[in-house]
Write a protein that binds this ligand. Sequence first.
Ligand SMILES: *Cc1c(COP(=O)(O)O)cnc(C)c1O
Length: 232
Amino acid sequence: MTSLEKPNILNNIEEIKNKINTATKEANRLAKDVSLVTVSKTHDVETITEALEIGCRVFGENRVQEAQSKWIELRSKFPDVELHLIGPLQTNKIKEAVALFDVIETLDRPKLAAKLAQEMNKTGRCPDCYIQINTGEEPQKAGISPVLADEFIKTCREEYKLPIKGLMCIPPVDEPSSPHFALLREIAKRNNISVLSMGMSADFETAVHLGATHVRVGSAIFGQRKKALPSF
Ligand SMILES: *Cc1c(COP(=O)(O)O)cnc(C)c1O
């Protein structure tokens, strides 16, 4: 596909699903154990509707306000959608995030855990939480350091009683992803966590080989985003 062409969303999704199928077979896993999280950030309601009509039901957005502006309307037409927050969550957006998202993938610090617990107790709405691990220990990137992960997971579970269902990572752009995916899997295993959100357009097959249960794919479905990538 060249950038001048309109992306063929149907073909792209079929191609990705085929690749996921192949990768799961190679890894002796079942295709049904890998969810495709369609990353719809920067794309408008019309484009997202195309993916919904094809049958996509799990979506990822990285900004709370942008997600609200699109998904309150889309949800009314497609009530069975599962919406994941995959971008950093500021504490002043917690109320909106808890109200809108089904899964918050970017829990990464004690203060956020405390405030999320507070909001969940107040409203009775409890989105699943994944903890974001900064596997590359990059100073500019969100996520808890791997050396602090076990303790943070324990605090989230025991002190804040949060529904910790998964781990998530975004490997450094300039390194092979495999060691980062393997590290995430190792942290999950020793903490009895079964959900692994890892792998994007460039490396989702590798992630499936290393145990991903959720791959987050944007540009391979919708084409290159026009706006600059946010800094994670
Ligand atoms: C944008 C984004 C993705 C999707 O990236 P692509 O390379 O377009 O597939 C996945 N995960 C996160 C956290 C993102 O912000």
